[in-house]
Design a protein around this ligand. Structure first.
Ligand code: FES
Length: 163
């Protein structure tokens, strides 16, 4: 196994091990891995199966049931716009439309240039700061559509973040 593949596998094992027992499950392990490396590679499915003493098919069944898991690496930068109830009341639909227009996307997904992975979020956990967006997992609250686009443009010229 090449060194980078070993490192990758180690990252997966560490993500699984980072969870607090005894509440570790197939689902919690998959969530920990996606948080750590941004997606669920085949190696992760295998490792979770070994560590949870189950089959690859059973793990894949769980992973494929939840639409929030992705099976391909994300683009360089992540963008999430909250469209939960509080953010909606505070005008998140205008942010959402501005961001989709800027990214030239119609819905959640990855931009063609490899720069951005965009997702909706039903609550980013900072409702008092609504409307809220998350850029590379950093929250920005009480934000306008114009400010959101400005930050996204700045992010484009910064170092890639893969998780
Ligand atoms: S509804 Fe947007 S942060 Fe909670």
């Amino acid at each position: 196994m090449p060194a980078d593949k070993q490192t990758f596998r180690k990252q997966i094992i560490e993500a699984i091990a980072s969870q607090h027992r005894p509440t570790v499950t197939v689902l919690s392990s998959l969530l920990a891995i996606q948080d750590a490396i941004g997606y669920i590679p085949d190696e992760a499915i295998e490792e979770v199966a070994v560590q949870q003493d189950t089959t690859v098919n059973a793990v894949f069944g769980v992973a494929s049931f939840y639409p929030n898991f992705r099976f391909t690496p994300p683009n360089n930068h992540s963008i999430e716009v909250c469209w939960g109830p509080t953010c909606h009341l505070e005008g998140s639909s205008k942010i959402l439309q501005a961001v989709l227009d800027y990214l030239d996307l119609k819905e959640e997904g990855d931009t063609q240039d490899g720069e951005f992975s965009f997702r909706f979020n039903t609550c980013l956990g900072a409702c008092s700061q609504a409307p809220v967006i998350s850029l590379n997992h950093e929250l920005f609250g009480k934000i306008s559509p114009d400010e959101s686009i400005k930050l996204i443009k700045q992010m484009k010229s910064s170092e890639p973040k893969h998780t």
